[in-house]
Design a protein around this ligand. Structure first.
Ligand SMILES: [Zn+2]
Length: 595
């Protein structure tokens, strides 16, 4: 190839209008030029390759243009513009602080600041990666920045705004550059491909655009790489081979397998993916993104959030049509949990496999079919009331999980085919239920201890069509606050690694607000946060122990004295007495009477 110029340079924008994906920002800059409201120092922040230096150059050219256009753009024809376009202009100086960060480098630059421009009105100094300047260099520069000559304009660029000292920040007009959207990048790649006479598949450009993560420079260099690899053709196959990207198709096939309960198929697909050299976490993250993309397809208003090419979009819409929304939400949660647990898991492959098995067995089968192959046998002959349920240590829960926190993978659904179970459209942890504020059911006084939801479950069943039903074996046993407290404390005591949370959990008691929702009051926001992180594990554990899939925990920070209402004085005393036999003796020895 003769005189090969990389696309990122060849197609570098030279007007504000041609900058891709930073419309708001370029408009502001253009208006500033038009209205002659120029500052002496600008700070351009943002990730790499999103157009910071490019915009700085366009800005320098525009303010030096001898015949600027009405709209604030450069004429691109005058002597100054020509000099800029051919990189001959003396009015622009670039310093890369990543490699020139000494005081001496800055001195050289500030020496030049004294010389006024020969042609045009302004000299523009671009300092790239300005956060890399040494402390001494920063200080030397600060003096110039405080009293610059009228013709000097500084444009500082950085990928790490937080490293810029406040004295510099306060002297600059700050512009935040954002990652460029996938669609914008894809469009630009299309333009480059057409201009270069390179044939391409839209899906291929889409994958490049996603892989570039918002940076146009990266996108263009990947594009160059792939097109030279494919000898002038950019194909989807070429791109995924070159970039080590997992083919979309695997995810479509997996979701098909989930919907048909083909556990074997899903496990084999996963094996195939591992054999291709992909990492489990990469895979499960990709699966979560795929599920998310299917979910946004369910609503016409969110379809715009899908950043894929039109061909693939159609495929997503088709698959989304056969997926139940609630299933997708649930599946997203399951795969997200798997992502979160991945780091700590000893057997990562098994973790992912369990996740896939759950996704296969826990989805929308016709409501009356018994679920296929239970993962583990749930007790079918357990006592009817939970309070009298045989005491069971948390560690002896189901299967081989060491603590309730990690017990998510296998045991949530516990698909025992008892005659009482009903299918329902709502998965155990659907956001709809979670978002229900506690006060929507203001019945704290009447604590329904015997209320059964079996009827409610039956009603739902008649309304839904079998295809929509999520096969999620559901339990609706009523439970008492004492039962709740018992298992709550069990859970708390299983948190041996986290004594702080254990103390928080045991220092107050959960209060039932409805038949299924309970509230736990904490005193500090950080404990609220830690408890909310445990929310899925806690609910899962309690649901399993109390045989009720709808248990929902609400955590609230106490407001002043209000927290005392959560416990009546009698309750408080009782709980203290329960916990500390020595306190009982103390009361007796002091002759204290209980009110
Ligand atoms: Zn000009």
């Amino acid at each position: 190839m003769e005189n090969y110029i990389v696309s990122a340079r060849k197609y570098r924008p030279d007007t504000f209008a041609s900058v891709v994906g930073q419309r708001a920002l370029t408009t502001t800059l253009q208006n500033a030029v038009k209205n002659k409201q120029l500052a002496h120092a600008y700070l351009f922040c943002g990730p790499r390759g999103v157009g910071k230096t490019t915009c700085a150059r366009i800005f320098a050219k525009t303010i030096n243009c001898l015949h600027p256009r009405e709209d604030g753009q450069a004429c691109n024809e005058c002597e100054s513009c020509q000099a800029f376009n051919t990189q001959r202009s003396f009015n622009i100086m670039e310093l890369d602080a990543a490699s020139n960060n000494s005081v001496e480098d800055i001195r050289q630059l500030t020496d030049q600041v004294r010389i006024p421009p020969a042609l045009g009105k302004y000299k523009v100094y671009i300092i790239d990666e300005v956060h890399m300047l040494s402390q001494a260099a920063f200080n030397a520069f600060l003096k110039t920045l405080e009293e610059p000559p009228a013709y000097a304009i500084f444009i500082l660029a950085t990928t790490e705004k937080h490293k810029i000292i406040p004295t510099i920040l306060s002297r600059c007009q700050i512009y935040d550059f954002h990652r460029i959207g996938v669609n914008d990048i894809q469009e630009h790649l299309q333009y480059v491909a057409q201009s270069e006479g390179i044939s391409y598949e839209p899906e291929a450009l889409n994958v490049i655009a996603m892989k570039a993560d918002g940076g146009m420079r990266d996108a263009l260099s990947i594009f160059d790489q792939v097109s030279s690899f494919g000898e002038g053709k950019v194909t989807y196959k070429g791109v995924i081979d070159n970039l080590n990207v997992l083919d979309y198709d695997y995810y479509f096939r997996l979701v098909d397998a989930f919907l048909k309960h083909q556990t074997t198929e899903a496990l084999l697909l996963f094996n195939e993916i591992l054999n291709l050299g992909f990492e489990g976490l990469h895979f499960i993250n990709g699966l979560a993104s795929h599920l998310r993309d299917l979910m946004v397809c369910k609503d016409a208003r969110t379809i715009a959030l899908l950043e894929v090419s039109d061909n693939i979009k159609l495929k997503y819409q088709q698959q989304a049509q056969v997926c139940d929304f609630n299933y997708l939400v649930w599946a997203l949660q399951v795969s997200n949990e798997c992502c979160l647990q991945y780091g700590q898991s000893r057997n990562k492959r098994l973790l992912v496999e369990l996740c896939l098995i759950r996704l296969c067995t826990g989805n929308n089968a016709p409501a009356n079919t018994a679920p296929a192959a239970p993962l583990n046998s749930a007790p079918t002959d357990r006592p009817a009331t939970t309070t009298s349920a045989a005491p069971q240590a948390p560690h002896a829960a189901h299967a081989a999980t060491s603590s309730p926190v990690n017990a998510s993978a296998a045991t949530t659904t516990s698909p025992a085919a008892t005659p009482r179970t009903t299918a329902n459209t709502m998965p155990a942890a659907s956001p709809i239920r979670n978002s229900t504020p506690a006060k929507e059911a203001p019945k704290p006084s009447s604590r329904p201890k015997t209320l059964s939801f079996n009827n409610a479950g039956a009603q739902t069943k008649t309304v839904e069509t079998p295809a929509e039903a999520v096969q999620k074996v559901e339990e609706n046993e009523a439970f008492s606050e004492e039962g709740l407290l018992k298992h709550w404390n069990e859970f708390a005591h299983s948190l041996k690694d986290n004594p702080q949370i254990m103390t928080v959990m045991t220092s107050n008691r959960p209060v039932l607000k409805t038949a299924t929702d309970f509230e736990f009051v904490v005193f500090q926001s950080y404990t609220e946060k830690s408890l909310l992180e445990l929310k899925p594990s806690i609910e899962r554990y309690l649901s399993e122990k109390l045989h009720n899939s709808h248990i929902c925990m609400h955590v609230r920070i106490s407001q002043g004295e209000e927290n005392k209402k959560a416990l009546t004085p009698q309750d408080q005393l009782k709980s203290m007495l329960d916990k500390n036999p020595s306190f009982v003796r103390l009361c007796q020895s002091l002759n204290l009477e209980m009110e």
